[in-house]
Design a protein around this ligand. Structure first.
Ligand code: TYD
Length: 133
């Protein structure tokens, strides 16, 4: 798997509006155990600045926009999330930072595991040591 992996989500909209459905293990490669969303980001600044040992996530900007910086220890990429029908898959051992949230940004995240602080790597040097193992 490369560093930047977009998943195009099926838009099931009609004249009444758009609808996107995401099914665990069908539309994304893992079973979803947790869902969280980030909103009210006005003036909130950047977030993230960590990697995960095992967690995989699919992030979808369902409203507004933000930028995500991804780094697997070798490759680095900056992507813009601004579509509710397009998710970015973030594998394990990928350093991520979130920047430039629009005021109306709602970032929905589907995660493969329950919240576990022990799965976080919050120190960039430790992250590099981990990917070089
Ligand atoms: P944090 O991981 O720092 O957010 P970000 O990586 O987007 O900057 O999370 C902020 C707080 O919320 C922190 O106290 C941990 C808590 N939290 C949970 O309890 N469950 C979760 O699923 C997430 C993502 C965070």
């Amino acid at each position: 798997m490369g560093l930047v992996n977009w998943i195009e989500l099926n838009q099931l909209g009609d004249e009444r509006g758009e609808l996107v459905a995401i099914e665990s293990l069908r539309d994304l490669p893992f079973e979803v155990k947790r869902i969280y969303y980030i909103y009210n980001t006005e003036g909130g600044g950047s977030r993230g600045f960590h990697a995960h040992k095992a967690l995989e996530q699919l992030a979808i900007c369902v409203s507004g926009s933000c930028e995500m910086y991804l780094d697997d220890g070798v490759n680095k990429a900056k992507v813009r999330l601004d579509s509710p029908s397009k998710g970015i898959l973030i594998g394990n051992l990928v350093w991520r930072e979130l920047h430039n949230f629009s005021d109306d940004c709602v970032l929905l995240v589907l995660a493969s595991e329950y919240y576990d602080e022990n799965d976080y790597i919050r120190d960039y040097k430790e992250f590099l040591r981990e990917v070089q193992k």
